[in-house]
Write a protein that binds this ligand. Structure first.
Ligand SMILES: Cc1cc2nc3c(=O)[nH]c(=O)nc-3n(C[C@H](O)[C@H](O)[C@H](O)COP(=O)(O)OP(=O)(O)OC[C@H]3O[C@@H](n4cnc5c(N)ncnc54)[C@H](O)[C@@H]3O)c2cc1C
Length: 496
């Protein structure tokens, strides 16, 4: 294997672990911006990160600009770390027909694709994230100790501290009251990127989604390390207890905001996990927070990545519930001006403003609303990729098609992640200032999430009946005194 071949670096391969000491070619192509509607801040972050990487590498790096990857990479003898989407892997195979392209195993995840394959083929029952996560803990020794019998045991006697991590938002506070997240300071490269994007928009060549705004996420390795250090030293200790809560006045809560840096390849997940474990071992954070966070990175993140390949390229088109509703314009345009439902308006606004909102908002507000209203899952998947600064093709199918839309009929999740307004009223403080009431199903004040939940169960009861986790809600549906009115109301409802 020769290291003298130049290395192609795609936009999510920008950290030091994607290159050795060879020269580097960084493609910057315009086609995807033209074909899709990216959030403006996503486009900014990607271009800023690419150009910062090229500047860091100086004479070792060449940015190749053009319309398509074929145009800028065709005929090139180079090496490349196997890219992160079915589309780009097909491109690499194509390019190999006319050039000598060395394809290296993928990087940027804790377990290699080979390791996951071995684990998956040894499973006799359905693949479960929890079992994979435990396997990862045993393989890496992270948060594991030697037990009396000499066997490795989980730190604290259990693998999972989720039951300590389900606190609602604190009462009487507008925010969680934790230190603000780390923010970057924009530089000359950001100014150039902004000017370039302004020019593209002004010429009508490209249309972006959402607002422009100061860059909020790391674009360089140095910034990413600062953001990690800041999170671990100021916010990790409060990550666990409030990880499932949402507050109107606190867009970041105690989340790390590290997904963009991880997905650009600026941080390696293993170093993030090691850093968090070290903080726990030094007695700086509680086990519940350290474990809860490590589960997200080494469990969930690796899990959705490996499922992306394991489930195949057609998984993203699954549509078990047969949902065909197009995304309404107000949704796809991130325009909440006519939306009175506080949770939906709040979360759409957050995406409009930053191209980012935290997990509970993605799953239990956006995803839940979308499945209740029968949005087409593939269209929703693609919207998430485009509208989020951390959106990538590999991250969405398991999260959107599987977890949030149940469009796979239960491959990824054992039941649809949707709820009525009562859940949101417990885990968020959105409902207090909402025009609707979570306890009301019919009439002026009927909560779209509550009425929508029962309507969803009714519409999909045949498809869901075999699922034992839904037997209680389906039993409740049969006893609902005002079901007919709810169904009639929701069948014509277009205002939320
Ligand atoms: C509908 C939906 C859409 C999502 N879209 C994205 C996306 O575009 N990009 C993305 O990286 N994640 C996505 N996620 C997963 C998760 O919501 C985000 O990773 C998280 O909100 C990012 O914020 P954070 O870095 O502050 O995360 P934290 O809460 O601080 O968690 C730490 C890290 O764990 C990882 N992680 C946690 N949960 C997941 C998960 N379910 N899938 C993958 N990684 C996870 C992320 O790398 C994250 O940075 C989505 C989840 C859902 C349900």
């Amino acid at each position: 294997m020769s290291t003298s071949l130049p290395r192609i670096l795609f936009a999510d391969q920008l950290g030091p672990h994607f290159v050795e000491d060879q020269s580097v070619i960084i493609p910057e192509v315009l086609g995807p911006f033209r074909r899709r509607r990216y959030h403006r801040q996503k486009a900014h972050l990607i271009l800023s990160a690419l150009r910062h990487r090229a500047a860091e590498l100086g004479s070792r790096a060449e940015i190749r600009r053009g319309e398509t990857y074929h145009e800028v990479l065709g005929g090139l003898d180079a090496s490349v770390v196997n890219p992160t989407s079915w589309g780009l892997r097909a491109l690499v195979q194509d390019l190999r027909e006319s050039s000598s392209l060395e394809v290296l195993p993928s990087r940027g995840f804790v377990a290699s694709e080979e390791e996951f394959g071995q684990w998956a083929s040894a499973q006799t029952k359905r693949l479960l994230m929890e079992n994979f996560y435990r396997h990862q803990r045993r393989q890496t020794g992270i948060l594991m100790v030697s037990g009396a019998s000499g066997e490795l045991e989980p730190e604290g006697g259990q693998f999972n501290f989720d039951h300590d991590n389900r606190e609602p938002p604190p009462r009487g506070q507008d925010t969680l009251g934790v230190e603000a997240p780390w923010y970057p300071v924009e530089d000359e490269i950001d100014r150039e990127v902004r000017e370039y994007l302004d020019g593209l928009e002004a010429s009508g060549e490209v249309r972006f989604l959402g607002a422009d705004g100061p860059r909020l996420f790391p674009a360089t390795r140095a910034e990413a390390v600062q953001a990690l250090e800041h999170f671990v030293s100021t916010r990790l200790s409060t990550f666990g207890p409030h990880e499932d809560a949402a507050m109107q006045g606190d867009w970041a809560m105690s989340h790390s905001l590290l997904s963009p840096a991880l997905n650009l390849g600026l941080l390696d997940p293993r170093e993030v996990v090691d850093r968090v474990e070290a903080s726990y071992q030094r007695g700086e954070v509680e086990l519940a927070s350290a474990e809860g966070f490590i589960r997200q990175v080494m469990g969930w993140r690796d899990w959705v990545w490996h499922l992306y390949w394991h489930l195949g390229p057609d998984f993203v088109d699954s549509n078990y519930l047969g949902h065909q509703e197009p995304l309404p314009t107000w949704w796809s345009e991130l325009d909440s001006s006519d939306i009175r439902s506080r949770c939906v308006a709040q979360v759409l606004d957050e995406v409009h403003t930053r191209g980012w909102t935290h997990h509970i908002n993605r799953l239990m507000v956006l995803g839940s609303f979308a499945v209740q209203r029968g949005f087409n899952p593939r269209a929703l998947n693609d919207w998430f990729v485009d509208a989020f600064v951390d959106g990538t093709p590999w991250v969405m199918p398991a999260n959107v098609i599987g977890m949030s839309q149940y469009a796979d009929g239960g491959v990824v999740a054992t039941k649809p992640y949707t709820s009525g307004g009562a859940y949101l009223n417990t885990m968020t403080n959105y409902c207090g200032s909402c025009a609707f009431k979570p306890t009301v199903r019919v009439g002026e004040k009927a909560c779209p999430m509550s009425a929508g939940y029962w309507n969803f169960l009714h519409q999909n009861q045949d498809a869901l009946r075999g699922n034992h986790r839904l037997s209680k809600p389906l039993g409740g549906l049969a006893r609902l005194s005002d079901l007919e009115q709810v169904l009639e109301q929701e069948s014509v409802r277009r205002e939320y």
